[in-house]
Design a protein around this ligand. Structure first.
Ligand SMILES: Nc1ncnc2c1ncn2[C@@H]1O[C@H](COP(=O)(O)OP(=O)(O)OP(=O)(O)O)[C@@H](O)[C@H]1O
Ligand SMILES: [Mg+2]
Length: 361
């Protein structure tokens, strides 16, 4: 196994900087998901790890081995791309076997054992003799995953391997992938711009923006306490609400709460202060309750998961709420909006600075 150490890494294409001064460690035997908007540098970073692209400056190490200008074939890194090259006229097991045959140190019985192990984990034993051309897209990608991991390289990179797979097959593929990584404990870097996929698969998520990793955290931490407004907005569907806040007499006021709030770790009170709250933590009731504020319902949409996203107006500020069932209010009605202070975070100039301790006395 190997951890991936990225030091001061920069990649420029002419005047354009794709990766900026990046420092990171992707832990040994873990799944790190690179998540971020299109063009933020995910593929460029992967191509540098595998050796297809040379850094402009900085270093990449596997454990303490500097990869320097080592060519891809000497790095022992497996890689699965969005459109992997598969041999249509070879069977499933032949496709998995091909890269293993290049390793002359492997006996044929060890090769057979590895193929069998991978087919077993992927639940594809019964498909071993089928031709790739006869499989659906999801099964083909499963074979590509199997082929990449059967080599037992220390590091395996995946660049959006589920993009061309339909939703149901995608779920099966993700489940198979999870089993493979749990069993083989290789160091995996997995690129996606599908946040659900990142949250399901990752031990750690590296959230990228403009060539930088802006947060590297466990999925739950990234979701619950995003370090920046960008992270809060990017994750979640819809993303976090960021209504304004202001400090008066040592207490915090926001349109989200009829009662002033107590803040921890406020420091000085300058800058653009905002409250971050997830739509699923915004509740709506018919009767007022402690701290609730009146809100006018502007719009309502059902989501694919059968939940409702409600757009509300609170003193001219737009807030989104997410409810499990259909809300008991129609468009134009006034409801009482309530957010428990434990679900609020405080942001200053786009950066999370603390949590809220509750209502002021
Ligand atoms: N060979 C190249 N020459 C010039 N610019 C490039 C080259 N490769 C990538 N770029 C630019 O670098 C930026 C990062 O590209 P990259 O492919 O790494 O993004 P990405 O995060 O993988 O995006 P996506 O989610 O769309 O795959 C983009 O603006 C892209 O246009
Ligand atoms: Mg890409």
């Amino acid at each position: 196994m190997a951890r991936i150490v990225i030091q001061n890494l920069t990649k420029k294409f002419g005047a354009f900087t794709a990766i900026r001064d990046m420092d990171a460690v992707f832990a040994d035997g873990q799944v790190t998901c690179l998540l971020g908007p299109s063009g933020c540098g995910k593929t460029t970073l992967m191509r540098m790890i595998v050796g297809l692209e040379k850094p402009t400056s900085g270093r990449i190490l596997f454990d303490d081995r500097d990869m320097g200008s080592l060519p891809p074939r000497k790095r022992n890194v497996g890689m699965v791309f969005q459109y992997p090259v598969m041999y249509q006229t070879l069977s499933v097991e032949e496709n998995i076997s091909l890269p293993l045959e290049q390793d002359k140190t492997l006996s044929s019985s060890e090769r057979a054992r590895r193929i069998d192990e991978v087919l077993d984990i992927l639940d594809m034993r019964d498909k071993r003799k089928l031709f790739i051309g006869d499989l659906d897209a999801g099964s083909r990608q499963k074979v590509a995953v199997g082929r990449a991991v059967a080599r037992r390289s220390d590091i395996v990179l995946f660049d959006e391997p589920t993009t061309n797979v339909e939703v149901h097959a995608k779920l099966l593929l993700i489940r198979a992938f999870k089993l493979v990584t749990q069993r083989l404990r290789q160091t995996i870097v997995y690129v996606t711009h599908d946040q659900t996929e990142a949250m399901t698969l990752a031990d750690r998520v590296a959230l990228m923006r403009d060539g930088r990793i802006i947060q590297y955290d466990a999925p739950a931490a990234l979701y619950d306490t995003p370090a920046t407004e960008f992270a809060g907005w990017f994750l979640g569907n819809p993303g976090m609400n960021f209504p304004p806040a202001r400090v008066r007499g040592g207490q915090l006021e926001t349109p989200l709460s009829a009662l002033p709030l107590v803040v921890t770790d406020l420091g000085d009170a300058g800058g653009d202060l905002r409250i971050g709250v997830r739509p699923e933590h915004v509740t709506l009731t018919g009767a007022p309750k402690n701290g609730s504020v009146p809100a006018v319902i502007r719009d309502m949409n059902v989501t694919i998961a059968g939940r409702f996203v409600v757009t509300l107006d609170v003193e001219g500020v737009t807030i989104k709420a997410k409810t499990d069932g259909r809300p008991a209010f129609g468009r134009g009605a006034t409801a009482h909006l309530h957010v428990d202070p434990v679900h609020m975070s405080l942001y200053r100039d786009g950066v999370r600075i603390g949590s809220l301790a509750g209502y002021a006395e």
